[in-house]
Design a protein around this ligand. Structure first.
Ligand code: 5GP
Ligand code: MN
Length: 341
């Protein structure tokens, strides 16, 4: 981190700290937040982890998660607490996002808060809202940036098995189980360090990847059988899921995670998209291979962004219209999607 000495002296006395992360947190978002919170608590700070929404059940093993304030406009008492904590914070850490719009209802409160803002993130094209930042687009996960920050502060010895487990979970999932092309030597080295500090790889992998509800598996079966469409002329595959379908399968937050990767796994497919209806909009997930940048695609057309090969976006059109818009864009990208590589 730049200005490390200044940052270190900021943390030298006990502070009121809020750690927040993006809407619908994934394992990297929640794991990096809880890992950092665990560390800051051990340093004597008062820490509240705030998420802008609920999060998947397969993350509810993470040490510290029971104390998370998960904002919901439908839960006025929690919302009141969230606003209070944000307003009285000395420092707000923003983890795994760098566009303020990604915290939805918390955007304005965080933007307007008096607190010093610290951003720790690995997404492309960050907004400049923080006084301190640990930003590295080459890092596979935010969790490893938290690990690096703790080490830079000379506090590696403070990392216990709870902190290590949260950070390991983030690193494991954002590398797709150490399989994506963001998995470099550094990711393995940090994973090894976290294991040495008490993270249990098989246990964490079981908890995150292999603890499904039967409803989630049935949804997956239905989607793969009925909803996966392949467009060979564009090396593209897509999945749409209506709100009726989500309801029919009793879908919970996180149940759609990973579906887009099945679409990308179809032979010759270079771009995969998942679209499903949320309460107020349509959520899009994009994945790609090689040089095709879904970050640029999502940014240009679907108010989103992310990484070159994994990005997300949203649309206020209906699901059908969102699909039409997506399909109408493909001819413009045909050359890029079908170019011999
Ligand atoms: P997912 O499709 O799993 O929601 O997101 C894929 C990647 O893109 C993740 O790293 C996620 O944080 C990021 N992402 C998802 N939605 C957005 C968005 O609207 N804006 C930006 N900048 N990144 C996003
Ligand atoms: Mn991440």
């Amino acid at each position: 981190m730049e200005k490390l000495a200044e940052f270190s002296s900021l943390l030298a006395t006990p502070k009121n700290v809020v750690v927040t992360t993006h809407f619908k947190p994934d394992a990297d978002a929640l794991g990096s937040s809880l890992g950092l919170a665990g560390y800051l608590k051990k340093k004597g700070h008062t820490v509240t982890v705030i998420t802008p929404s609920d999060y998947p059940d397969f993350l509810s093993w993470m040490p510290g998660h029971t104390e998370v304030l998960a904002f919901s406009p439908e839960k006025p008492l929690v919302a009141e607490q969230v606003h209070l904590q944000i307003a009285k914070a000395d420092i707000i850490f923003c983890l795994d996002f760098s566009s303020l719009s990604r915290i939805y209802d918390l955007t304005e409160p965080v933007k307007n808060a008096m607190a010093i803002k610290v951003m720790v993130d690995h997404h492309l094209e960050p907004e400049n809202f923080a006084s301190f930042s640990q930003w590295d687009v080459t890092a596979a996960s935010t969790a490893q940036l938290v690990y690096r920050l703790i080490c830079e502060l000379g506090d590696k010895n403070i990392i216990d098995s709870n902190i290590a487990s949260c950070l390991y979970a983030g690193l494991m999932t954002d590398t797709g189980g150490f399989r994506h092309n963001n998995t470099r030597r550094e990711e393995f080295l940090i994973a090894a360090e976290l294991v040495a500090l008490g993270a249990n790889p098989s246990k964490i992998s079981k908890l995150v990847y292999e603890t499904n509800s039967i409803e989630r598996l049935r949804l997956m079966g239905f989607v793969l059988k009925e909803k996966l469409v392949v467009l060979p002329e564009y090396n593209t595959a897509y999945i749409t899921i209506t709100d009726e379908e989500l309801k029919h399968y009793g879908s919970q937050t996180g149940d759609t995670e990973g579906l887009v990767n099945y679409a990308l796994s179809v032979k010759h497919v270079r771009m995969a998209t998942l679209m499903y209806k949320r309460k107020n909009d349509v959520k899009l997930s994009f994945r790609s291979l090689d040089e095709f940048s879904v970050n640029e695609f999502a940014r240009a057309h679907f108010e989103g962004g992310g990484h070159k090969n994994a990005a997300g976006g949203q649309s206020t059109l209906s699901l059908e219209q969102t699909l039409e818009k997506f399909l109408a864009l493909l001819p413009h990208y045909k050359e890029q999607l079908t170019r011999t590589i």
